[in-house]
Structure formats: C-alpha cells, structure tokens
Design a protein around this ligand. Structure first.
Ligand SMILES: Cc1ncc(COP(=O)(O)O)c(C=O)c1O
Length: 405
C-alpha cells in the first residue's frame, strides 16, 4: 500500500488540516506519476500526427500500435484489431449506435436496463427512435439492486437486435452476470454491447469469457487520462456502414476512430494498464506476461477491496439514520457503496464531509433511472468508492465523520 500510494502525488494534498481521502474513484480516480510521465514524454518528445515518414510520426505510430496491444491484453481480446479509441465511452457508444441503427428498421427491438448509467441507455434509445425500433427496458429484480434476469429472458425474441447491458453499476456497485445475459441474448440472435466503465477498474475484463460483441470502458476510472476505449469484433465493425470521411481508413479498428485521436490520452491509457499490472510486482512488456501480471494484480486489488467494502458497509450500518444501497459484502459487487442520511440532502452531506478532508460524490451519477427507482430522484445518493490507494484508516475517518453528522 505504501509503495502504491507513493506513486500518487494527489494523495499528499491537505485540506483544512486533513490529508485528503479520495472516495470519488467511480467518478474518476487519481493518476500515478508513471501515467503523467508517459503523457509528458509523448507530448515533449514524440508529438506528431500519424503515418508520415519522419521519426516522431513513426514513433507516434509505434506508440499507438503498442497501446492497442496493451489493451488487447487488458481485454483478453483475440487480436489488437479488436481495440479502438475514442473520446469517452459515451461518445463511442453514440457513434456505434448510430452506425448499427443504419441496418435496423421498424419491427426490430433493442433492450436496455434500469440498472445502467445512461451512457449505455440513451445512445441506444436515440438510435432506436431514428430507426423506428421498439426499446424495451429490463427492470430491477425484487431485491431492488440487481437486474431481473427472468424479465430479460422473457423480453428477448428473434426481433431483438441488441442487448445493451452494464457489467457493474457505477451508483451502487452491483456486478451483473454479463456472461449469463450474453448467453441468453445470443440464443435469441442478438448482439451484445457491454458497458464496462465501472467494472474494468475492479474486475479484469475477459471479452472471450463474457462472449460479448462490443465492450467499452474509460481509462480515467482506472488511474489513466480521460480516454475512451472500445473492444469490438472486427468482422462486425467491418460490416457496418460507419459514418466516416472518405479519405479516412475504412477497415477496423481505425475506421471507428473519427478525426485525429488524443495520442497523449491513448499513450497515457496504456501506461495506466501497465500501472495496474505493476500493482502485484515488476512487469515485462510481452502481452502474455502483461495479462498474467494483470490477473495477479486484480486478484490482490479484489482481496483488498473486499475487506474495505466489508468495513465500509458494516461501519455505515452502525450509524443511526443511514440507509445503505446495494448488495451486502461477499456478493458480486465492486467496492462502491452508496447511502443516504435521514434528514440531510446528499449534497449537504458531501459538502460537510469536505470539511474532514473526505472527497465524496453525490447525486444520481447519471444512473438516473436506478436512483429514481430507489426513491432518491430528487436528492440523489452519497457515493463512496474505494480505489487501489484507499486505506482502512480512511474508511474509519469516513464512518466517524458520517457519525458526527
Ligand atoms: C458505468 C458508467 N458507464 C458510462 C459512463 C460514461 O463514461 P464516459 O464519461 O467515458 O462517457 C460512466 C461515467 O461515469 C459510468 O460510470
């Protein structure tokens, strides 16, 4: 923990005499020096546009090629051609949805869910409207914090073109059994798009095990810069009529990348994956070795997170007036716990916690439908997210501060 924390300059920040504890990872994590160094090195020494003959342009090509290989290992994709980059998950999803909708028509159906961030709902809803599709929504299960998989099964039909499902809820941490949802969707002949933005920082993605066609995430949620990444079947992308500029590449993965990319963002995102892989020890660059190191790091991160989630959940449970949302510890969930405090708005609680050096987020986190279903559409929830740098001491400080309210 000491060596991980020492890599994050942001953790030395003091606010009103308190060391800052960053509990806002689900909104965006802090960034280690190695990532900032990689971005700085790119901009200072290799900055150029792609595909020209001079050295810095060729270095840029090599760095982008490297980043695709790093992310192929990160996703366990069969090939780097599965990996493309974009501004963020939302922009990538709008672009894909628009392209997919060009081959759908009246009578076709899409399925979204009540548990998802709207980044995985509204791009599909808009695309569905444009193409005259029916959009169905999988409701929450009786527990109020997970998806009703029976309802999903009953909604799927030969008319279903796509299931858009989140791997983990950014508002309450529920991990959905995406492999099971994918099996159901595939049996009906539908495509599957997975939002892994909140999942990827906490559980190692394996697109082959999940069986999905497309999966998107964002590196600013796992210690990287603001950069979106897509992992998608190249044959599917090649079959789309993508809106694109005539001189731009027409084969995947480049065909998905509109305009000039954020090269520094892509280089930084690859550095974030290497940082994650290094949590369990020194790493080598070979893709096979990188995947093995990631497996080890994520096992360690998962064990630490499970311990923190338990003390956070149980500690908040001891505070009068606190209502927690989400699955209890020990069930498939991320270390993201949300709650409300009776008699206080969530924004007011978040503002009071700042006085203790505790940076937490509040609101609906764009998981608006879910937060409405939980009965907090007006005030929202207070969200506590644990990251690789979160300590038990910080959890204790948080619980004591909530108690003092
Ligand atoms: C689960 C989830 N999906 C999608 C998004 C949107 O991601 P981006 O900001 O990269 O568009 C977020 C952002 O918070 C998220 O948490």
């Amino acid at each position: 923990m000491e060596s991980v924390r020492s890599q994050f300059p942001a953790l030395t920040r003091i606010h009103q005499g308190h060391p800052v504890a960053y509990f806002d990872g689900p909104g965006g994590t802090q960034v280690p020096m190695a990532v900032v160094d990689a971005i700085g090195d790119y901009l200072l020494h290799h900055n150029a546009n792609t595909h020209w003959v001079y050295p810095s342009s060729q270095e840029t090509d090599a760095l982008l090629h490297d980043a695709r290989q790093v992310f192929a290992a990160f996703f366990n994709a069969p090939d780097p051609a599965w990996v493309s980059f974009g501004q963020n998950m939302t922009t990538i999803t709008f672009h894909l949805a628009r392209a997919l909708a060009r081959q759908w028509g009246a009578g076709d159906e899409l399925i979204v869910t009540e548990l998802d961030h709207h980044g995985n709902v509204d791009p599909w809803r808009h695309a569905g409207e444009d193409a005259g599709l029916t959009v169905r929504t999988v409701p929450l299960a009786a527990d109020g914090v997970s998806l009703d998989m029976d309802a999903l099964a009953s909604m799927l039909s030969p008319r279903t073109r796509l299931l858009a499902v989140g791997a983990a809820s950014n508002a309450i941490g529920t991990i959905t059994d995406v492999a099971a949802a994918t099996r159901l969707a595939k049996a009906a002949g539908a495509l599957v798009f997975v939002d892994a933005v909140h999942y990827a920082p906490h559980a190692l993605v394996d697109v082959q095990a999940l069986g999905c066609d497309m999966l998107a995430c964002s590196s600013y949620k796992f210690y990287g810069p603001h950069q979106g990444i897509l992992c998608a079947r190249p044959d599917l992308i090649a079959s789309l009529r993508l809106p694109k500029l005539r001189p731009a590449p027409s084969a995947p993965p480049d065909s998905l990348e509109t305009g000039t990319q954020s090269h520094e963002g892509i280089v930084g995102a690859a550095a974030a994956v290497r940082f994650l892989a290094s949590v369990a020890g020194p790493i080598s660059d070979a893709p096979q070795a990188l995947r093995a190191a990631l497996v080890e790091s994520y096992t360690r991160l998962h064990d630490d997170a499970a311990m923190l989630t338990r003390s956070l959940w149980e500690g908040l449970g001891t505070v009068t007036g606190v209502t927690r949302y989400g699955r209890p510890p020990g069930q498939p969930r991320t270390p993201t716990v949300s709650f409300v405090v009776a008699g206080h708005t969530s924004h007011a609680v978040a503002a009071r916690l700042v006085d203790h050096g505790l940076f937490v987020s509040s609101g609906d986190f764009y998981a608006q439908t879910l937060v409405e279903r939980l009965g907090h559409g007006q005030d929202g929830l207070i969200r506590i997210g644990c990251a690789c740098y979160t300590t038990s001491d910080e959890i204790d400080r948080l619980i004591a501060a909530v108690d003092s309210l």
